[in-house]
Design a binder for this molecule. Structure first.
Ligand SMILES: *Cc1c(COP(=O)(O)O)cnc(C)c1O
Length: 370
């Protein structure tokens, strides 16, 4: 009898590519026929289609999620001397975008269960320099946008939602990224709606802000060669837009599959001592399925899973306030530091085989027993 060694990467893109290949190749072929590589037909159509999907007035394709955040802040006139309140437990691009425009990120601790910014702590961090709040819907779990908008309105602050991980996630039925002044999305290949390269999107309901963002996207010009401000070269490629148009109609179905994978993990891990599973909150689209491994066992569990062919990741090993460039400005955030030591993201994806998942659950159970 031969036993085949299992191999379950944290994300396997091959099943998606195999399924969509004919449609994607045809879409790429149409772009080649038209040769409209920059701001072509597919960019305009994708912007219309995703605006309708999100239920937002303006969708502006850009080069990356990072650029989406930077351009949103620039359009709001946020820069030197301004403070933006955000979470330390996120990908670097969140805080980086704030620093890029010359403003200062002000971190507040996270909620230990949702791992999102603790909305109860925001008001205490507001100063006379505070201009905006940048919540991150981490791992696809929507932040309480009712509370965020209430705080922002009372203090006259702008809101830029980092939706890089939350495309399709909904807070009380409404799409994340459509509450604040801007929603910023990423189409990095591993995201819930991924391009086959870099890409990003800015969403807004405000006509004036949309106009400013469109201008910043192309060298600060509304009319070619009539540059008004220093902007960016940050357009969404036509080829990526064509690929995204093939994928967008599937995104709700794929997110539903992610939720089902999460539900099965929660069921399978329910009795496992030393593992804290995430809540299956309403509207969560599980960009990542992230458990907390207790008793200092995280790194050992990760190693044992790797030995058995199961890929996992630590998102994120270092909170942003502990990075050398931001360190020393804040006293340690207990929940954020603790999360960095305990989190482990398990294999997840909109094509993850529900049966393969059983081996992941079994391996985790065994790793903790022996
Ligand atoms: C991926 C990501 C970004 C940046 O997106 P890019 O398209 O890679 O520039 C920003 N914020 C968060 C939380 C992300 O996960």
């Amino acid at each position: 009898m031969t036993t085949t060694r299992i191999h379950i990467p944290i994300l396997d893109m091959k099943p998606e590519i195999d399924e969509l290949r004919p449609e994607i190749m045809a879409a790429i072929g149409r772009v080649l026929d038209r040769a409209d590589f920059i701001m072509g037909e597919d960019v305009l159509l994708f912007e219309q289609e995703i605006a309708a999907y999100l239920g937002v007035k303006h969708a502006i394709g850009v080069n990356s999620g990072t650029d989406a955040l930077v351009i949103a802040l620039r359009a709001l006139g946020i820069g030197l001397g301004d403070e933006v309140i955000t979470t330390p437990f996120t990908f670097f691009a969140t805080a980086e975008s704030i620093s890029t425009v010359g403003a200062t990120p002000v971190f507040v601790d996270i909620d230990p269960v949702s791992l999102n910014i603790n909305v109860e702590l925001i008001e205490a961090a507001i100063t006379e320099r505070t201009r905006a709040i940048m919540p991150v819907h981490l791992f696809g779990n929507p932040v309480d946008m009712t509370r965020i908008m209430d705080i922002a309105t009372r203090h006259g602050l702008k809101v830029v939602e980092d939706c890089a991980q939350s495309l399709g996630a909904r807070w009380r039925g409404q799409q994340t990224g459509t509450f604040g002044d801007f929603g910023a999305y990423s189409f990095f290949p591993s995201k819930n709606l991924g391009a086959y390269g870099d890409g990003g999107l800015i969403a807004t309901n405000d006509d004036t802000l949309a106009d400013l963002a469109r201008m910043l996207r192309v060298h600060g010009s509304r009319k070619k060669y009539h540059n008004e401000v220093v902007g960016y070269n940050s357009r969404l490629d036509t080829l990526q837009a064509a690929i995204l148009r093939v994928k967008l109609p599937h995104v709700d179905k794929w997110n539903a599959h992610r939720r089902e994978v999460a539900r099965q993990y929660n069921e399978g891990l329910a009795g496992v001592a030393g593992i804290v599973a995430p809540d299956l909150t309403d509207g969560h689209v599980f960009h990542q399925y992230t458990v907390r491994v207790q008793n200092g066992n995280r790194d050992e569990v990760q190693k044992r899973l790797a030995d058995q062919g199961i890929g996992t990741m630590i998102y994120y090993p270092i909170p942003q306030d502990e990075l050398p460039i931001y360190k020393g400005k804040f006293s340690e955030f207990y929940n954020s530091s603790s999360a960095a030591k305990h989190v482990l993201s398990l294999p997840m994806g909109h094509f993850l085989d529900i049966h393969l998942q059983r081996s992941v659950i079994d391996s985790i159970t065994n790793s903790l027993l022996t």
